[in-house]
Design a binder for this molecule. Structure first.
Ligand SMILES: Cc1cc2nc3c(=O)[nH]c(=O)nc-3n(C[C@H](O)[C@H](O)[C@H](O)COP(=O)(O)OP(=O)(O)OC[C@H]3O[C@@H](n4cnc5c(N)ncnc54)[C@H](O)[C@@H]3O)c2cc1C
Length: 205
């Protein structure tokens, strides 16, 4: 369910199982992967649909071709990362990418095809063709598929225009968040909080 920005209806202050902060690809997918019996509050500081995820153009890297391998993909990524990558994270991302692509297809994402196969481009530091895309609007296509699913889920309340300003920490556990909702500042409690607020690059939406 979507609660539009500047809504007069207040957000319930407690009884949430999970609060997810951020409605880019990470936050939206987190909401979808949580069990449907949990009450989920998705908070998004933007009043519009904008996010870095929506801006992503080129595509999603995944091993899908016979001439490619997880080792090649991992090595290309580590080389491009120039010592900054967490090796275990890279290995996990590379190995899980094909499964994630299938999951997105099952959710309704239609990647570009070439001769009955997924179309792939060769980009940046990749030594093989492994970038899957939806024209040059891959992020937008991804986010729209995920948003459609979220807005049909009765257990998820998606609130736009609500900024998280502090975490409620009790005995080293995060038990909620403080929000700025229009001109109102208040606390919302939850059994768990997931931060999916994106990176710290120049595009901070
Ligand atoms: C122009 C551009 C092109 C790109 N192209 C590609 C590409 O081709 N391939 C690729 O893999 N990656 C690409 N990227 C990078 C990719 O978009 C990001 O790595 C990815 O989208 C991050 O997703 P995310 O869900 O973690 O964060 P985001 O999409 O940034 O989402 C963060 C969310 O958190 C919310 N938020 C932040 N702070 C708060 C707060 N205090 N309270 C409430 N909500 C908050 C924001 O409003 C937003 O909804 C590109 C990025 C840009 C900007």
């Amino acid at each position: 369910m979507l609660r539009p920005p500047f809504s007069q209806e207040s957000i319930p202050l407690n009884n949430w199982d999970v609060i997810v902060v951020g409605a880019g690809a990470a936050g939206l997918m987190t909401c979808l992967e949580l069990p449907a019996n949990l009450k989920v509050l998705l908070l998004n500081r933007n009043t519009s649909k904008i996010s870095s995820s929506r801006w992503a153009q080129g595509g999603i890297a995944s091993v899908v071709r016979q001439d490619d391998s997880f080792d090649l993909h991992a090595n290309d990524t580590l080389k491009a990362g120039d010592g900054l990558c967490d090796v275990q994270a890279v290995e996990m991302l590379v190995k899980e990418a094909p499964g994630c692509v299938s999951r997105l297809q099952n959710l309704g994402m239609i990647f570009d095809q070439s001769s009955d196969q997924l179309a792939t481009t060769l980009e940046a530091a990749h030594s093989r063709r492994r970038v899957l895309h939806v024209k040059d609007r891959t992020g937008r296509a991804l986010v729209e598929v995920l948003e459609d699913h979220i807005e049909n889920k009765k257990n998820i309340l998606h609130c736009r225009g609500v900024r998280v300003t502090e975490l409620l920490i009790d005995n080293e556990e995060c038990k909620g968040v403080q929000v700025l909702d229009g001109a109102n500042l208040y606390w919302i409690q939850s059994r768990a909080v997931v931060l999916a607020t994106g990176g710290g690059g120049p595009f901070i939406y």
